[in-house]
Design a protein around this ligand. Sequence first.
Ligand SMILES: Nc1ncnc2c1ncn2[C@@H]1O[C@H](COP(=O)(O)OP(=O)(O)OP(=O)(O)O)[C@@H](O)[C@H]1O
Ligand SMILES: Nc1nc2c(ncn2[C@@H]2O[C@H](COP(=O)(O)O)[C@@H](O)[C@H]2O)c(=O)[nH]1
Length: 402
Amino acid sequence: MGEEAPENLLEGLDKFSPLQSDSESQGYQTATTIGDKIYVIGGSDDGAKLSMNVKVFNKLTRIWSIPTVLGTKPVPSKGHSAVLLNNDRILILMRDSPLNDGTWFLEVSTPFVKEKNKILGTEVVAWSKGVRGDGPKPIVISGPSGVGKGTLISKLMKEFPSTFGFSVSHTTRAPREKEVDGVHYHFTERSKMEKEIKDGKFLESASVHGNLYGTSIEAVEAVTDAGKRCILDIDVQGARSVRASSLEAIFIFICPPSLEELEKRLRERGTETEEQVQKRLRNAKAELDQGKSPGLFDHILVNDDLETCYKNLKQTLGLDETADASHQPSMKNYQIPLCHSISKKDKKILIHGGSNELGAATPTSFLLDASSLKGGAPGRTRGPKIYAIDSLIDSLNWIEQL
Ligand SMILES: Nc1ncnc2c1ncn2[C@@H]1O[C@H](COP(=O)(O)OP(=O)(O)OP(=O)(O)O)[C@@H](O)[C@H]1O
Ligand SMILES: Nc1nc2c(ncn2[C@@H]2O[C@H](COP(=O)(O)O)[C@@H](O)[C@H]2O)c(=O)[nH]1
């Protein structure tokens, strides 16, 4: 954001059309038509407090419905604009919000939403926050119990506390002596977790060594909301589910140097009963085979000597050269203008602001290029490119031609 727009992106700017057809705005509410449905976003709830709620009007049946909303919704601001993209998601621009925080997507019929729709049997929509450019990909770390995943993750979090955040899973297993609820896991009851899985709150879940484990959408979002790169410590079944989801991640499998060494580590950790150790070792054999499944893991690391494996992990994540390579350059203090009009051509959206309270030095018009979006709910939508274009507006003189 704040970069100068490449010449070719600005070509044909004069052919942009003002947005009228798909979205209408009224006060703090927008209405976007997709086929026979109108998605009304925002407005105030019963207590007249602003909200970013969603309701759907079916033009055929003339019935309003409230869909199941997945993901964290944006905090209401001084209104928003809505732009339909691909017929499967609505771009939401929060007025008077920093560009960093104000770009959101409401998915209405993406593959993720369709899948949840089928599972839940209700109309589903899902929020996903937009992050500029490629954004840092979450990291999935898998491997048999006792191989050292937790040890490696702790080292990474200790060395790079502001870069990485841990996705705190839910589990039905009992806490170990030093485990803290909400830090190591969200310890929960099976019936409660099963209901939450049914309600679509989980990105993935699996039965592992006789207990239920799962990554909630909220756990991943809490880390990304804190501006950190998310690390997931999950079993191979979970990795497979995440691979099949729209959460684009880097998948790393950790192997033991031998099964004997794995057994030794599990026993010496002293956290499992003999019966549990035996069960985990039996499962380890299958997991080691699955770890080699083609296309599942991007990297396989052997954790023999801990320091060597940790060094290799950092190298794999590109942390040796630039510790903060994953971070995007500053997006400056640019705001989505409070008053703006929107024009659209294909997947390029012109946000044309009027005067800006921050003063003349701040650009008031931006070009958002949504042609290469990646990811999406249940994670971030990566890839929208936003360029400040004020300096070019006059010379292109596009506005008169709309
Ligand atoms: N390279 C290593 N050499 C020797 N011991 C190790 C090494 N890596 C980890 N350990 C030890 O092995 C034990 C198991 O490690 P850890 O708890 O990190 O495994 P894990 O893969 O996270 O297990 P789980 O899947 O059950 O959570 C711990 O006691 C840890 O200190
Ligand atoms: N599929 C998932 N697997 C998970 C999750 N959280 C942890 N795990 C895996 O479970 C085993 C056992 O863990 P332990 O803490 O009981 O030793 C281990 O392989 C973890 O990777 C999750 O959310 N989903």
